[in-house]
Ligand binder design. Sequence first.
Ligand code: UD1
Length: 423
Amino acid sequence: MDKLVIEGGNPLVGRVKVAGAKNATLPLMCATLLTRGRCHLKNVPDLRDVRTMGRLLTMLGARTESRGDELWIDTSAAEGVEAPYDLVKTMRASVLCLGPLVAKAGQARVSLPGGCAIGERPVDQHLKGLAALGAKIELAGGYVLASAKRLKGAEITMDLVTVTGTENLIMAATLAKGRTVLRNAAREPEVVDLARALNAAGARIQGAGTATVIIDGVDELAPLEHTVMPDRIEAGTYMVAAGITRGELTIADAPVEHMTAVIAKLKEAGLRFQPTPKGLVVSARRAPKPVTIITGPYPGFPTDMQAQLMALMALSTGSAVFQETIFENRLMHTSELRRLGANIEVTGSTAVVKGARKLTGAPVMATDLRASACLVLAALAAEGTTEISRVYHLDRGYERIDQKLVAAGASIRRVAEPGPGKA
Ligand code: UD1
């Protein structure tokens, strides 16, 4: 297990390139199970979650091959139908293979993901939707068993907005017989990226990116060929890095068209944005102004950027308010931020952050992916040394973040920590 040792205080100056989006790549990798043949994805980020998904596809009989940021997935012999507990427990997004497996193979046996650090996170909407499409759903031994000879199109209104739930049902419906109308669908850009890839392979999906998605089932799809959209959360994290260190970063490939809510809040906080041919230049000269953040489904403020904004607000000139509406337990970074000197009061799912004049380095622990990013950002601005342990969380979703930040002037060392039992 690695830890990061960060000496804070260097303004970051330089250029960082945003990788392909994790949350677009994972559903696209599962979507290859809807096809039989050699699929080709480009702009694939080099992440632990992507490797884990690759392992799952291999267990299902697919063959994967990667070179640089390109990934080939050959599903010609993908006859497996089981996603085991050991794998699903390390990555909840494995549940995205459920829809494609039932639709294409006629059955799936997928471990229930259970809770995780940020909350309970049930998958009832995925299951309810698949049942509406005609799948027989049984729960046994911690697994979902889903089967159907051929799924049938249906009218489905989801009880709440779920991103992977929407993706699972869109994927399943592409091979169903007849028309599916999915209401209250997630509008995230990653859903649109998936629909675009599927449509290019012969699917008939309309309305992705709106709350109503209409899918006319087809008999088969051609192998996917797609370039993954850039990661809006990684881009947003680098924007905050520029702001919190009062530096100037040129961010190449930031998908600004999908970042309206984040950029609006960062502008309100006083960050400056200048589009240039080399990328978006983001800079700050002064302490940030306080802002109010209420997370919400897209196009609202993404929950995946809440923790990073909180690091920034820990140094604001006033009182900032955060309201987390998506996950019930996603303020765990507050106690670690306090160890660096942040002044935060939490009541239920609301946090009030009174800006401090400075943060001071301390040993802290990463609890989940975005909480880790928040701690890295705070550490970059803190006086002295911060040691962040359990950075494997960070490696799940940020491609070489330490190297990218070091190239812009950050002082970060990655140190191997002895694993449990060896210390
Ligand atoms: C996805 C993203 C994750 C992001 C989240 C919210 C991927 C791989 N992950 O996660 O990074 O933080 O969207 O933007 O894309 N819920 C139910 N029943 C369900 C499904 C969800 O009650 O069947 C609840 C969840 O517990 C949560 C809310 O709905 O409170 C939204 O979750 P959801 O959009 O499903 O998150 P994920 O798709 O898991």
